[in-house]
Design a protein around this ligand. Sequence first.
Ligand code: HEC
Ligand code: HEC
Ligand code: HEC
Ligand code: HEC
Length: 391
Amino acid sequence: MNFMLFLTLMLFALLAPFAGYAGESTVNIIYTGSINGELEPCGCSPKTDFGGLARLSGHLSALRDELDPYILIDAGNFTAKDTPQGRLKAEAVLKSYNIMKYDAVAFVSNEKGFSPEFLVPLIKDQAVPAVSDTPPFKQSILIDRKGFKVNISVNPDGYIEEGINVLLTGRPVSEAMTIKGWDVIITSSGDILEEPLKQDRTVILSGYPRGKKTGMITLAVTGEGSTGNFTHKWLSLGSDVEEDAKVRAVITEYDSKVAGLLKGPEKPAAGDTYMGTAGCSACHQTYEESWKKTRHATAFDSLVNAGKSNDPECIVCHSVGFGEKGGFFTLETTPELANVQCEECHGLDREHVEDFSRPMRPVTEKVCLKCHTGENSPDFDFPVYLKKILH
Ligand code: HEC
Ligand code: HEC
Ligand code: HEC
Ligand code: HEC
């Protein structure tokens, strides 16, 4: 094809959805859902290093003019579980949403799993506009964004005649497809929809689990409301996106509060059960030498460098015996049990020391998969990885 003709066609293809007819304009809806308390990716692998609230906020600030007018929505399940760490996450998510000025946040199943005495005042303190079928929140809110009227609701019967109707729901996509009367339905069920679904005149979207991607739908609108035409894209938040310092500060504050969780009185007695590398190497020194050349031997440094050395959710895979009697607790109390040590793979068998003829458990692929999950180690391939750690 003639190159100029090609260029012209490309340009036309790019502009076409926005060219519009007389009286038509566009509005962007940027959406998250099913974040599940994931403030940022763990950084275990570049392949899964996407998402994170500090990046999202940075991205929105950088592109504000380009994205305007936009509405920022969370379809719910932004919290994880009501545990001490889950509460700190809920607090950090809501503080970040306040900074980003979310227009609406749905309060659905995960949120309902929290004690209302904790979560409801927090939402009010952070002035995050919540919609829920549970009081004290309203079921719907009406937003006027530069003349665009947008009705955001959790009530499947709550659509209005004029304006853009957006339903937020925790229900799965299969159920969302049976709900009528809406321009847009956004679920936070955890279902993955790589592309929007169109059912009659309704566009169905699903918040990408754990915030790995943030969605944006651009709706064509006339005076009466949505025309049904739209384009959709994912904002890809990789490590190249500049973070917002204010949200980063919220996460740093969260990290230090999480560290406080490990200062409880329940510290298990160290050395009771796990003997650690030093104990094994009394008889297996050559194995210790070769283990030291593997990345398992420095796994805890990765947490220190990431500022997460006191985060139980990270420690569990970067140390030995965390959460079990006599296992790793903190770098201060049990420094000898940091890193992925012998007993993570060979198992815990103190009697082996008295009776060498007792075989240790076989090190099968299953042992590795406790830590080498699809999310944390997407390239994991047992024979390939095994070769790298043979000692
Ligand atoms: C389910 C187990 C698991 C959890 C939980 C986990 N990690 Fe990891 N992490 C791994 C594995 C496995 C690797 C190695 C991945 C690979 O190279 O295939 C890794 C690698 C890393 C690396 C990369 C090191 C490098 O030099 O390339 C960093 C950084 C890291 N993790 C940080 C964290 C942080 C921070 C957390 C908590 C937010 C965390 N990890 C939670 C298993 C885990
Ligand atoms: C990441 C998992 C892992 C870690 C950590 C690990 N090993 Fe191993 N180890 C293996 C695997 C896999 C083999 C090979 C076993 C096989 O072929 O059945 C092995 C083999 C051995 C053997 C020889 C077994 C035989 O049949 O001859 C000894 C001894 C041993 N490891 C000791 C240690 C000691 C001591 C440490 C800590 C310094 C350690 N290992 C850390 C996975 C691990
Ligand atoms: C007091 C000495 C001693 C200590 C301590 C010791 N081992 Fe052994 N281990 C032996 C001897 C001896 C054998 C059998 C001879 C051989 O294969 O080297 C053996 C065999 C093994 C084997 C291979 C045989 C099998 O049945 O699987 C593994 C794996 C192993 N030890 C792991 C460990 C680990 C992990 C630790 C630390 C938790 C440890 N050992 C602590 C002396 C010891
Ligand atoms: C207790 C959790 C845990 C277990 C069990 C575990 N690993 Fe790992 N592994 C890690 C972590 C964490 C890292 C990343 C270390 C770092 O921070 O650099 C890692 C890194 C590795 C790497 C380096 C990856 C690279 O690209 O260089 C290999 C290879 C590896 N593991 C193989 C294995 C194999 C094979 C097994 C099972 C026999 C196993 N691991 C069991 C946690 C674990």
